[in-house]
Design a binder for this molecule. Structure first.
Ligand SMILES: Cc1cc2nc3c(=O)[nH]c(=O)nc-3n(C[C@H](O)[C@H](O)[C@H](O)COP(=O)(O)OP(=O)(O)OC[C@H]3O[C@@H](n4cnc5c(N)ncnc54)[C@H](O)[C@@H]3O)c2cc1C
Length: 459
């Protein structure tokens, strides 16, 4: 029976505690509702800083906040660890799997905020050799691979094999690819200097491949050119208008007409191209009238609800509305909009207010002291953009402890040369083998493992 019929408080269930889910939960903190936040991980993750975990500047704890801690002061909110694997829109309940334990949770209002995962454009087999970077596990595995190949190169006597170990290839020349390329160049040329005896880490080859005709396609031309110049100065090879057509453990094949790039031998390949919305979109799209856009986002009404179900909101990267980009500010603002709509409805306001996105700008760091930024009509590059980048990222961390720790690690890495968090465990050092063993085990396990993997838990 509905909450209004029985007089009990409305139960709002939020699935996913990324930028959108957390913003919605916080905005409901003082509302006269009961809130349940469900996430398959125990942390809220600042994805824009994942590349710094992968390249050993930051620790995983710096960019992730335990969800229970983030919401500890909200007496109306409880947190459930588990993956939502099904949604019954008629019965108004979600099915949650927590390491094989299946339970159902009923809702009066549902907010789905499960984000997006990597897309390999119909070539899922590329994921084996070119992991993406969406989760902490992805970043830690990449860290293992990145620091592991320098170790392999140090022990390698064959020059061709050594070159292959020291070649890093990033597929995708958007902000994530650019930031990774810049950091890999800086790591090899600057941070690792003097650490090895038989190899010069500065000889590492860093290639950035993009299918579009330019890097950072959504940035103004002047900033694109500036970013390209900065990357080249760092020693990054840029190859735009180039598609990967094949991949194996040894390297990649491309459609380039440049013979040097048709086949690239590279031990480390990283996929930073393309996203695909969370599979929960497909579950919602079983309802009549609910459709997905080409990248799997749920097409919502202007108030972020799904057609025919005003009690179900879809926000953030999973939301398909006016072709809004998959960025943190869209997620945060749509999360707040959903919460305000719910609070308004409880107060008797039935007006369906459309969601209006206020563009807060774009930022990409190239290396220490260099970034590009667009804020309103202002285009910034170089040092001022880098300072802005630092300030914006610091304020997105959601806690004094994390901000202090990040500031300390940045000072060590950017003013000095150190990268203390580059330490890797034995499991990370042999990351792929460890994950393959885990994947074999998981194949024999029910529910959560397979669901989590399918949704991007593993690359
Ligand atoms: C490497 C990288 C760099 C980025 N850089 C930038 C940047 O510079 N600027 C910018 O604005 N944006 C950037 N983004 C995009 C930005 O991070 C996203 O737009 C934002 O995180 C979207 O928020 P969200 O709440 O929709 O999803 P997310 O933040 O992805 O959160 C989704 C949450 O749902 C949980 N979840 C998923 N499936 C389930 C399930 N079935 N059951 C339970 N829980 C589930 C996940 O664990 C996660 O906590 C970047 C993204 C990445 C990956």
């Amino acid at each position: 029976m509905s909450a209004s019929a029985t007089g009990r408080r409305h139960h709002v269930v939020i699935v996913g505690c990324g930028f959108g889910g957390l913003a919605a939960a916080k905005a409901l903190g003082r509302a006269a509702v009961d809130v349940t936040v469900i996430d398959r991980t125990n942390h809220h993750l600042v994805q824009p800083l994942l590349h710094q975990v992968a390249t050993g500047i930051l620790s995983e704890g710096d960019i992730a906040v335990p969800i229970r801690d983030a919401l500890r002061r909200q007496r109306n909110t409880r947190v459930v660890l588990g993956a939502v694997v099904d949604i019954d829109l008629d019965a108004r309940r979600v099915a949650v799997d927590t390491i094989g334990l299946r339970r159902e949770i009923e809702y009066d209002i549902l907010i789905v905020a499960t984000g997006a995962r990597q897309s390999y454009f119909g070539r899922p087999e590329f994921a084996v050799d070119a992991p993406g970077m969406k989760t902490l596990d992805d970043a830690l595995e990449l860290r293992g691979r990145i620091f592991g190949v320098f170790e392999m190169a140090e022990g390698e006597r064959n020059p061709a094999a050594r070159r292959r170990w020291l070649t890093f290839l990033i597929v995708g020349a958007g902000p994530t690819g650019v930031e990774l390329a810049g950091q890999l160049a800086e790591l090899s040329r600057r941070s690792l200097r003097g650490n090895f005896r038989r190899i010069d880490p500065g000889e590492a080859r860093v290639l950035l491949l993009g299918a579009a005709s330019t890097i950072l396609p959504t940035y103004p031309e002047a900033l694109r050119e500036r970013a390209a110049r900065d990357l080249r100065e760092l020693g990054v090879e840029l190859h735009v208008g180039t598609m990967v057509t094949g991949m194996d453990e040894q390297g990649v094949d491309t459609d380039s007409t440049n013979p040097r790039v048709q086949r690239i031998d590279a031990a480390t390949k990283i996929w930073a191209a393309g996203v695909q919305a969370s599979p929960l979109g497909r579950v919602l799209a079983k309802a009549p009238g609910v459709e997905l856009d080409p990248v799997g986002r749920v097409k919502v009404e202007t108030d972020c609800t799904i057609p025919g179900h005003p009690e179900v909101f879809v926000i953030g990267d999973l939301m398909g509305l006016d072709d809004l980009p998959g960025v943190t500010q869209v997620a945060i603002q749509s999360g707040r909009h959903a919460a305000q709509t719910i609070i308004g409805r409880l107060a008797g306001d039935t007006t369906r207010r459309p969601f209006r996105y206020r563009d807060a700008g774009r930022l990409a760091m190239i290396s220490r002291l260099r970034a590009v930024a667009v804020v309103g009509n202002l285009a910034l590059s170089g040092f001022p953009a880098w300072v802005l980048w630092l300030l914006v990222r610091l304020t997105s961390l959601g806690g004094l402890k994390n901000s202090a720790s990040v500031l300390f690690n940045w000072t060590v890495a950017f003013l000095g040369r150190g990268r203390a968090p580059r330490v890797i465990s034995a499991q990370q050092a042999f990351a792929r083998q460890a994950i393959e063993v885990h994947a074999c085990d998981a194949a024999n396990e029910p529910a959560l493992s397979t669901a989590a993997h399918a949704e991007g838990g593993l690359p």
